[in-house]
Design a protein around this ligand. Structure first.
Ligand code: NAP
Length: 306
């Protein structure tokens, strides 16, 4: 039985080292060097070439290298019986929380403006306690971000598919409560998974439901955002601006209008990056569980797509 890494667009060196350090005897292969595809039962995957999983007749588990699994599930040719797992990691949550807090503080304290204008020109600013932050997606990362913001005195609301009770957070759920959730969100943070339901969710009518002067943060996936709609509502003054960490095309092409828009902050998909050293133990634990026929951890619901 072999353990295969498929990561053609990202160098898997750090994963190989971390796996070998934890499990020196692991029968590890790296795609496309596969001796016998029928021996592969477990794959650690990041942005695989779609369609290839049909060739692995005995494959049981596809483990995502990250928290998101849209790169796997968007391949419609993966047989139904194959289980998909994702990463749930404390460090990922901490990194995401600090990143979102930094973006909000940078916005509220007008730091980008001060740093770029080279002029002694103090501005007034809004306090966290006067700022309502709405988080779309109250899963592992959304709840982590909410906790960090509450510690820093922000008013936090959250929106999810199903009803939630989270200490200190006013919660909304479902399409029927979306507008109410948006109405008071001075800062909107997107932490939804990318699914057929959430694709293009950040579009004109959603932006228009936000209060005038709101700020949008997208740290989930580029395909959530209708880019032209965002530019329109920023240019017509409805939104104050946006901070974007994820894009439809990554790296963001040099000629993309986001680079030139002074109200849009671009970062290169760095909100929280999986550290192979901290995550390999959970990957190997699931590998052992699979071999022993035990229930896996962090399994994705393929019907819900997250
Ligand atoms: N930029 C980065 O560096 C980076 C790093 C890691 C992850 N991410 C992104 O962050 C995403 C979220 O990760 P996570 O671990 O927090 O996911 P998660 O634990 O699966 O949580 C997803 C949340 O979204 C809600 N949701 C899903 N579909 C919805 C819908 N149609 N309407 C309303 N709410 C919906 C879920 O609602 P229920 O609770 O009701 O099910 C849940 O609260 C990942 O999928 C990934 O794309 C980005």
């Amino acid at each position: 039985m072999s353990f295969l890494i498929i990561s053609p667009k990202k160098d898997p060196k750090a994963w190989i080292e971390a796996l070998k350090a934890e499990a020196p005897d692991l029968d590890l292969e790296v795609y496309p060097q596969v001796k016998d595809p029928s021996k592969v039962e477990y794959v650690l995957s990041w942005r695989h070439p779609h369609g290839i999983y049909r060739d692995f007749k005995n494959l049981k588990v596809i483990a995502s290298m990250g928290a998101g699994i849209d790169h796997i599930i968007s391949d419609k040719e993966i047989p139904e019986h194959i289980q998909i797992t994702r990463v749930v990691d404390e460090q990922l949550t901490k990194d995401m929380s600090v990143f979102v807090l930094s973006l909000i503080l940078e916005h509220l304290r007008n730091l980008a403006q001060h740093h770029s204008q080279n002029e002694w020109k103090p501005t007034s600013y809004q306090l966290p306690e006067d700022t309502q932050v709405g988080i779309m997606g109250m899963g592992v990362l959304g709840v982590g971000v909410a906790e960090k913001l509450i510690q820093n005195k922000f008013n936090v609301t959250g929106w999810s598919r199903t009803k939630k009770e989270i200490l200190g957070v006013t919660t909304y759920h479902g399409d029927e409560q979306l507008e109410e959730f948006l109405r008071e969100s001075r800062v909107l943070v997107n932490l939804l998974p990318l699914t057929s339901e959430t694709k293009n969710v950040l579009q004109k009518s959603l932006f228009e439901a936000l209060p005038k002067g709101a700020f949008v943060i997208n740290v989930a996936r580029g395909e959530h955002l209708v880019e032209d709609d965002l530019i329109e509502v920023i240019n017509n003054g409805h939104l104050a601006g946006a901070a974007l960490d994820v894009f439809r095309k990554e790296p963001l092409p040099r000629e993309h209008p986001f680079w030139k828009n002074k109200k849009i902050r671009v970062s290169p998909h760095i909100a929280s990056i999986t550290n192979p050293v901290t995550v390999v133990p959970q990957i190997l634990e699931n590998y052992e569980r699979m071999k022993e026929g035990k229930e896996l951890k962090n399994v994705v619901d393929r019907e819900k797509e997250y």
